[in-house]
Design a protein around this ligand. Sequence first.
Ligand code: NDP
Length: 395
Amino acid sequence: MSKKTLIIGAGGVGNVVAFKCAMNADTFGNITLASRTVSKCDAIAKNIQEKVGVTIATASIDANSVPQLIEFLNTLKPDIVINVALPYQDLTIMDACSACGIDYLDTANYEHPDTAKFEYKEQWARDEQFKEANIMGLLGSGFDPGATNVFCAYAQKHYFDEIHTIDILDCNAGDHGYPFATNFNPEINLREVSAKGRYWENGEWIETEPMEIMQVWDYPEVGPKDSYLLYHEEMESLVKHIKGLKRIRFFMTFGQSYLTHMKCLENVGMLGIKEVEHKGMKIVPMEFLATLLPDPASLGPRTKGKTNIGIYAKGMKDGVEKTIYIYQVSDHEACYAEVMSQGVSYTTGVPAMIGAKLMLEGKWQGKGVFNMEQLDPDPFMEEMNKQGLPWKIIE
Ligand code: NDP
């Protein structure tokens, strides 16, 4: 019997997931794209019809409301929910999925709107609830988290007896021509990069000031780039699941223009997430800034250049020290030509589709809540090569 797939969220990433599911309609069956603003779903559905020749349904939904979600899920009865709305909606969508007995997948871990801190605690706490409902929840199936976790699991399975250090390296060398814009949701992006940095060494988390540690890494097909140490959510699960790990860090590239704008916005209070009074109205500065900045979905046709995301791992194999680098390069213009989105949305949306595909095909199975590195990396790595994210390994 044909499957039913529900995608929630119609931003840059939702667009890619919807396109890619439609391009794999044999697996995803009847596809519905639902979001807060239904006109965005309709515009995506129209493009998919024209470019892929597949019809998808659209709907309006407020994913902050568990009762509304439950009613919707009980009517539609999808086999899986792919959550590519915002991290604020993770818990409500998870709770609705467990109430209705439907598998769940997301790409970013839960964040409370009032605290710029993301952690897996509350999603992991739903493990029992998912087991009782006899369903699977796959957390963080984007690129980072997502493909980077799978790269670590692949390295562990095929290349090492023990991995001692991992550096996750995220380079976006794309240029959209704006002095300042973010490649995915501005609020989520700015909260992440303006927070304190953190890495894990010898069993402890070490905190740094925002952007305090910079290293120049040389990225294949891109060249050397200033890369800043950030805290990133996949490290929280990887320290639990990678054998023998002594240190893990995450670096992301930023250009000078981005950093100068961000510092200035921070200095004047525009990155604040607490309400302020403005002419008798309450506004949150960060939300107002997000309104002013270009919609990430609109960057697609203007962005040129490449992304390169990967992991650099060192450890031991058969008593000998070993280093490997697994990475994936995407070209923004090629991504746009295929699915009308720039590379950052593409590299997030394709792994979301792949995770869901493996679940629907029964290749990734389980009851409870899982991070990506807990599952067999091989079918995911195979799909990446087939679905537009070919990767390379340097030993
Ligand atoms: P966008 O802001 O472009 O899109 C978010 C979508 O979610 C919008 O369509 C928005 O609706 C919808 N939405 C927001 N609130 C609700 C709600 N209450 N009910 C229903 N729909 C809602 O974000 P992106 O597409 O750039 O990012 C999507 C997700 O992907 C985010 O969680 C982000 O953190 C994650 N991500 C993960 C990455 C990874 O590698 N793991 C990398 C990049 C992003 P509306 O149009 O009405 O605002």
